[in-house]
Design a protein around this ligand. Structure first.
Ligand code: SAM
Length: 445
């Protein structure tokens, strides 16, 4: 289970301070709570951050618990492969959770084995349900430490149904690339306000300048303490997520509507280009984050809480950006829980929503105007198939083929139709990207 090098690696995670006392045990308990919440459903991990076991921890221990849970999620298939070789009869989930959490520490986060094993045994001891398995926990973990984990396969970390889909869509070599990308924790990408020098931001944050001028940094911790945060010089946005607004090519003074805008990375790009932007979203909570981002960066947009397809407004626009709600399977590097939370039926359900939003977005585009459609999904039904059907229904629109180098996308992302299909395995040597489907359409009549 050795790491393959894939670009900048985040620095080591800070370990809980006091191994002798129960503090380390509490952090591991919280990691198990987070892991199981993420396995239970969409939004589970975020919701669990407010559970007592997690929220009561001091900040560094909470960060450690989250890092352990994320590592366990990213490598769950491999961890279970290792455990299944040593567990004759499946122990209860609570025992498996203790073992998963311990292996995420030793195999991924490089926590010293004595700390991971002793806290796992203490955890097992504390609960009457897991106490009978205390010796098993000790024996399994010590056995792995002594004899090594054995061979594992990156593809085991992907749910079978998604691996089968991606194999059928992208082929076996691409599937291997996706599986390798899914094991790694991504760095943080920053989009910069116009006029801010990427090289100096990269310098201050020990980062590197990516194509098209975003900055990638392996720094961790509270963003609010990073240089440039307070004065709004940058905002966090994956390098791939910055491509759709570039493809829309916003110009100063244009009227542009961002149909599904929150938390606002793309709205900020459009506003920073000098466009007059209306930002719609159905979620008032998420729009609060957009408003905070606008305030911090001193950029402006008209913000409207509404389902975009029901927006009662007569205006036509020079350009419309539709970053539609989707399964988000392309974001598995940042949100490994998405792989567990997404169910096969979600793909068709969300494709229906996208269909409705696309038709509503098209109605807002003035003749001669532009429409950019994007989703951070790897599923064809939400991307290519959606586009083919839209163009059939809407003969007034034509694809305006993308030029990847002009918009900061990998060349290999260009499809024969002129759309962009960005895979998380692309630019692996730079540390990868989120997966996106992006198409620009021009209204020709
Ligand atoms: C992929 S996110 C948008 C991310 C955003 N464009 C950015 O760059 O930060 C999708 C958004 O669509 C919103 N949404 C879902 N259904 C919607 C609808 N019918 N009308 C407007 N917004 C919707 C969700 O609340 C969510 O904020």
């Amino acid at each position: 289970m050795a790491d393959k090098s894939r670009g900048p690696r985040p620095p080591k995670v800070e370990q809980p301070r006091d191994e002798a006392a129960d503090i380390g045990v509490e952090a591991r308990l919280a990691a198990g709570v987070l892991l199981n919440a993420a396995l239970e459903g969409r939004g589970g991990l975020d919701a669990a951050l407010s559970f007592r076991e997690v929220a009561a921890l001091p900040g560094p221990d909470r960060a450690f618990a989250r890092a352990v849970a994320m590592a366990a999620l990213r490598r769950l298939g491999e961890i279970d492969q290792i455990l299944d070789r040593r567990l004759q009869k499946g122990p209860p989930l609570s025992v498996r959770t203790i073992l998963r959490i311990a292996l995420a520490q030793t195999l991924v986060l490089e926590t010293p084995a004595f700390a991971a094993v002793s806290t796992a045994v203490k955890l097992a001891e504390r609960d009457p349900k897991t106490r009978p398995y205390k010796n098993l926990v000790n024996a399994v973990l010590r056995g792995i430490e002594r004899e090594g984990p054995g061979l594992t396969t990156a593809e085991s970390n992907l749910p079978d149904w998604l691996a089968a889909r991606w194999r059928a869509t992208y082929g076996e070599p691409a599937l291997t690339g996706l599986a390798l990308a899914a094991r790694e924790e991504p760095a943080t990408d920053l989009s910069l306000k116009p006029g801010v020098d990427p090289a100096s931001v990269a310098d201050l944050l020990e980062g590197e300048v990516m194509p098209a001028g975003t900055v990638r940094t392996s720094r961790r911790g509270d963003l609010a303490g990073w240089p440039g945060f307070d004065d709004g010089s940058w905002w966090v946005q994956d390098a791939a997520a910055a491509v759709p607004a570039r493809l829309l090519a916003p110009k100063a003074g244009e009227a542009i509507v961002d149909f599904c805008a929150a938390p606002g990375g793309k709205t900020l790009q459009l506003a920073a280009a000098g466009a007059s932007v209306v930002a719609l979203d159905r979620s008032a909570t998420r729009l609060k984050r957009l408003e905070a981002n606008l305030a911090r960066t001193a950029l402006e947009a008209e913000v409207v809480v509404t389902p975009a397809e029901e927006w009662d407004d007569p205006r036509g626009f020079d350009a419309v950006l539709l970053d539609a709600p989707c399964t988000a399977t392309g974001t598995f590097r940042r949100n490994p829980e998405v792989l567990r939370a997404t169910k096969p039926a979600d793909v068709a359900k969300l494709a229906d929503v996208q269909h409705r939003l696309l038709d509503a977005a098209a109605e807002r585009v003035k003749p001669g105007g532009r429409l950019v459609y994007c989703v951070c999904s790897l599923e064809r039904e939400e991307g290519e198939t959606q586009m083919i059907a839209f163009l059939r229904r809407n003969p007034a629109f034509r694809t305006a083929p993308a030029v990847p180098a002009e918009v900061g996308a990998p060349d290999e992302a260009l499809t024969p139709e002129g759309w962009l299909r960005i895979l998380p395995s692309m630019w692996a040597e730079k540390g990868g990207l989120d997966g996106f489907f992006i198409a620009r359409l021009d209204r020709v009549s």
